[in-house]
Design a protein around this ligand. Structure first.
Ligand code: CA2
Length: 150
């Protein structure tokens, strides 16, 4: 059976494409999901794609990824990036390869966006490519876990 990549999105990303397009682009979260499911990028891997405004729900999904023997996690933790030791702890506990994604270049923005707890566990960080960063993260993670080319 195909292994799965969990693509997890944090708070307010449900607003993508509806607010602040100059910052986050015009693609909706549904369009980002379609982008992530693009078969050329999935290399035979299945995609679970979720968004939550609730920290605990994201932690439950990280633990679910371990229970379901997922191949890895792509996560845009959004506002939890710089606050959530609990999401960091969950990712440390499950030990799955994790790629952190940000639509914007967080290092070119306000200093409070720079220090990511999630980067302490991430195998790689993609930021500043807009929503294409999700596709790059999936491609990179698939290569990292050795999924065959589609
Ligand atoms: O650049 C990113 O992907 C961020 O993770 C987005 C977060 C921000 O707190 C991080 O510093 C960088 C904000 C997500 C809010 O998403 C919105 C989308 C559309 C309109 C309004 C908010």
């Amino acid at each position: 059976m195909a292994k799965t990549i969990y693509v997890l999105n944090g708070p307010n990303l449900n607003l993508l494409g509806t607010r602040e397009p100059e910052k986050y682009g015009s693609a909706t979260l549904a369009e980002v999901e379609t982008l992530c499911r693009g078969s050329r990028r999935c290399r035979g891997l299945a995609i679970v794609f979720r968004q939550s405004n609730h920290e605990g729900e994201i932690i439950d999904w990280i633990q679910e990824a371990r229970d379901k023997d997922a191949a890895g996690i792509v996560i845009n933790p959004a506002g939890f990036t710089t606050t959530s030791i609990s999401i960091l702890d969950a990712l440390l506990a499950i030990g799955l390869p994790t790629i952190e994604v940000h639509i914007t270049n967080i290092h070119a923005r306000e200093s409070f966006r720079h220090d990511s707890y999630i980067s302490k566990v991430a195998k790689a960080v993609v930021c500043g490519f807009g929503v294409q960063g999700y596709a790059l993260a999936i491609t990179g993670l698939a290569a990292m876990v050795g999924a065959p080319k589609g």
